[in-house]
Ligand binder design. Structure first.
Ligand SMILES: Nc1ncnc2c1ncn2[C@@H]1O[C@H](COP(=O)(O)OP(=O)(O)O)[C@@H](O)[C@H]1O
Ligand SMILES: [Mg+2]
Length: 247
C-alpha cells in the first residue's frame, strides 16, 4: 500500500510544553487512520504542523519522498494535502452550492488554465455537483448556508475540502456538536471517502473511531503510545490507562 504522507521525528513545542514529541507516522492511500488521545495530547497541533498552519520545531513531514516540512498551507493544498475548513470559513450569506463552487474553483482555476473560461466554468460546476452529490447535500444546494442545521454546516466543511480534490484529508473532530443521528451519518460518509482519499480523523467518539478506522494512532502528552487496528487498541493496557487516568 502506497504511503502518501509520513512524519519523521516530528516535534513541536510551545515554550516548555512539548505538544508533539518525536512522532513517526505513516498515512497510506485510501486508508482511514484515526488519531485519538486525551484532551491536550497534541492531536490538533500534530495536524496543524503537517498541514502548514504551525511551523515544526524539528523533524520532517514527507509527501511521498518530497520534504514538505514548513511549507505554506496554500502550497500544501495544491499538492492535495487538505484539512476541513472551520465553520467560520463558510460564507454564511452564500448558498451551499456557491460555497462548494468557490472551493472547486480555487483548485480547477489553477490547474486548467489551458481551457477557455467557458470550459473551465463548466468543469467547476460539474465538480461542484459531483461533490454535493457525494456528500449528500445536493438537495440543499440552493439553501443559504446560514439556514443549514449545525450538522449540515459541518458536512459543508467536508464538501468544501473535498472539492479541492485532496489526496489526503485531515478532519479534526468532525462530529463535534452533532446529534447521534448526524454523527452516524457523517461517520458513514467519512468511511466512504476512503474510496478515493487517505483520511486522517481526529475523533473523540470511540464508537465512531472503533467502527470506521483501519488503523489508530494513540497520542498521550505528545507521544505515540500505541498504534494498530481498532481491536488491538481497544485491548491495549497503556491506552486504557491514558484514558482512565490511573497508573
Ligand atoms: N498555540 C498554542 N500556544 C501554546 N500552547 C498550545 C497552543 N496550542 C496548543 N497548545 C498546548 O499544546 C498541547 C496540545 O494541545 P492540542 O494539540 O490542542 O491537543 P488536543 O488537540 O489533543 O486536545 C496542550 O498542552 C495545549 O495547551
Ligand atoms: Mg484538538
Amino acid at each position: 500500500m502506497t504511503t502518501i504522507l509520513s512524519t519523521k521525528g516530528l516535534h513541536k513545542h510551545f515554550g516548555g510544553v512539548l505538544a508533539v514529541n518525536d512522532v513517526n507516522a505513516e498515512f497510506k492511500a485510501k486508508r482511514l487512520r484515526s488519531i485519538i488521545g486525551p484532551n491536550g495530547a497534541g492531536k490538533t497541533t500534530f495536524i496543524n504542523v503537517i498541514t502548514g498552519r504551525l511551523p515544526a520545531s524539528s523533524g520532517a513531514v514527507l509527501f511521498g519522498n518530497q520534504d514538505i516540512t514548513n511549507q505554506p498551507a496554500h502550497r500544501l493544498v495544491r499538492l492535495g494535502i487538505c484539512r476541513t475548513f472551520q465553520i467560520t470559513s463558510i460564507f454564511m450569506g452564500l448558498t451551499v452550492f456557491e460555497n462548494v463552487r468557490i472551493a472547486a474553483q480555487s483548485n480547477i482555476g489553477g490547474s486548467l488554465k489551458i481551457f477557455s473560461a467557458r470550459e473551465s466554468l463548466k468543469e467547476v460546476n460539474a465538480k461542484t455537483w459531483e461533490t454535493l452529490d457525494r456528500i449528500g447535500l445536493k438537495d440543499k444546494a440552493r439553501i443559504p448556508s446560514n439556514n443549514l442545521a449545525h450538522g449540515d454546516q459541518r458536512l459543508l466543511e467536508v464538501a468544501m475540502a473535498l472539492a479541492g480534490d485532496p489526496k489526503i484529508l485531515f478532519l479534526d473532530e468532525p462530529t463535534a456538536g452533532m446529534s447521534p443521528a448526524e454523527t452516524e451519518h457523517i461517520a458513514e460518509l467519512i468511511k466512504g471517502l476512503t474510496e478515493t482519499v487517505a483520511v486522517v480523523l481526529v475523533e473523540h467518539d470511540m464508537d465512531v473511531v472503533m467502527s470506521i478506522s483501519d488503523e489508530i494512532t494513540v497520542l498521550n502528552q505528545g507521544s505515540v503510545i500505541a498504534e494498530g487496528p481498532p481491536r488491538e487498541i481497544q485491548n491495549n493496557e497503556m491506552v486504557k490507562e491514558a484514558y482512565l487516568g490511573h497508573a
